[in-house]
Structures are given as C-alpha cells and as structure tokens.
Design a protein. Structure first.
Length: 266
C-alpha cells in the first residue's frame, strides 16, 4: 500500500511538473519589439494612438514592446534583445554614430525585422544634420522635397496582392495623409506593394510626384522590412484596412504567422 502511495505521489508530481512547464512556455513572449517615437511634435497624436493600438496587439498576441524616444541607447548589444524594430514617426536624423552603425548592421544582416511609418523618408539636410546616405539607399535612394500640409485623401491601389503584408486588403481604398514628395520615385530600387493615384486627391492639391509608391519593401537587405507612408493622423487606427496592414506588416517582418484575429498560428 505504501509503495502504491509513493508511486501515486510521484506520478502526480510528474503530471504537475509537465503542466507547469507547459504554462511557463505559453507565458513566454513570442518575440520582443522596440518602437521609437519622438516626444511631442506634429505626429504626437498619431504616436499616442499607435502606442495604444500596439499595446493591445502585443497583449492579445503574446509579444512584448518597449518604447524609446531617442537613439542614445541604441547600439549592437541593445538591438540584440529585439526581433523587431518599429520606427514610429522618428526621422533618420539625429542619430548618434553608434546608433547608425548598429541599425545598419541590424538591417543589412537580418538580425531582426523593421516596420517604418511616414517619417523615415524625411531624408535630406535638416537642423544641421547631413543626409544619412545609407538610409537614403535603404529607402530607395530618395531625397525628401516637400509634403502636403494638412494632408489630403487619395485612392490607394494594391500592386502586389499576393504579398503577405497585403493579405485581407481590398484592391483599392481611400486613405489620407500628409503625403511626402521625393526627388524621384523609389520604384526602381524597391519592391512596391501599393501606390496612390494623385489624380484622386480630395481636396485637390498641386503637390504631386507622378509615380507615387506609398508601401514598399527593400529586398536588397537581409532584414524583412516594410515602409508605410501613412503615419500622420491618429484616425488611421479607426480604419480597418490600415490596422490590418499594420498587423500584417508586424507579423511578416518578425517572421511570425498569424490567424485572422492577429494571433500567431501554430
């Protein structure tokens, strides 16, 4: 009897250990992301809305996200912690040299994924900082020229519906932003996923570029990366097409699959 009791206790202990191990595994975050956003400025309301939405997505999908407001902490050791770098309206200046070197290494060597919104293509000489030439190449060898103050709506057309980032997105839809105009289209140097038709500006504007990509990926680096031009207005997060796009971009860039609710699929 005593022997049977000991066996039963050992068996129960074994079962409990397995359940504990499974619970611990389930609780472990699937990946870690870091997001950079300026404090204040013209994109502050977008950043507030983005953080609230990202925090919910992280909680629902079991990943963690940390926020930084400048590049002082960025170096190779810092970036080793993260499988995804999200650039929330942070321009390609001013970055410390260590941060530039670490970010270039992160992207070139595929040490993590990257999703950038709006501001990363503010490329040029600003506030006394020279243009970051490598970053210009990363964004398609472009330079910022002007934008549409106050923004305008435009018809967005999906050009590569087979790309995972465009999954669940209609062939076209209307969206709004303070569209950036560059010295040229980045098309010849990047894979364009979507563009806008400037003839559909509402209200009409004279600030145009012609061929106007707004979502693209640079396939000449190892990191999975997505640039999304829309990132000025907080109301974007009330648009199901936009949130589907952002959700897709995050999970694709980090190399995780997801189901229709944004949960990672097994």
């Amino acid at each position: 009897m005593k022997k049977h009791l000991i066996s039963l206790i050992l068996y129960l202990f074994f079962i409990c250990s397995i359940h504990f191990a499974i619970a611990q595994t389930a609780q472990k975050p699937r990946f870690k992301a870091v997001a950079i956003a300026e404090i204040g400025g013209g994109h502050a309301l977008f950043d507030v809305a983005a953080k609230a939405w990202l925090n919910k997505l992280a909680a629902d999908s079991n990943f963690t996200i940390d926020y930084i407001s400048d590049t002082k902490s960025i170096n190779k050791d810092f970036l080793k912690q993260y499988q995804l770098f999200i650039q929330l309206d942070y321009p390609p200046y001013p970055w410390e040299k260590d941060a530039q070197d670490a970010f270039e290494d992160y992207i070139k060597n595929g040490r993590g994924g990257w999703v950038g919104f709006h501001h990363p293509t503010l490329l040029g000489v600003f506030d006394g900082y020279p243009m970051w030439q490598w970053y210009s190449g990363f964004m398609g060898d472009i330079e910022f020229k002007r934008h549409i103050p106050g923004g305008t709506a435009a018809k967005l057309t999906v050009e590569d519906p087979a790309h995972p980032v465009m999954s669940g997105i209609p062939a076209s839809f209307t969206t709004k932003d303070e569209w950036y105009i560059y010295n040229k289209s980045p098309r010849e140097n990047v894979h364009v996923l979507a563009s806008i038709d400037e003839t559909t500006y509402n209200p009409p504007k004279d600030v145009k570029m012609g061929d106007h990509p707004v979502i693209w990926t640079n396939e000449h680096v190892k990191a999975k990366n997505i640039y999304i031009a829309m990132g000025h207005f907080p109301e974007l997060f009330d648009d199901g097409n936009y949130t589907t796009l952002v959700r897709n971009a995050i999970f694709w860039a980090v190399g995780k699959s997801q189901d229709s609710r944004g949960q990672e699929s097994r």
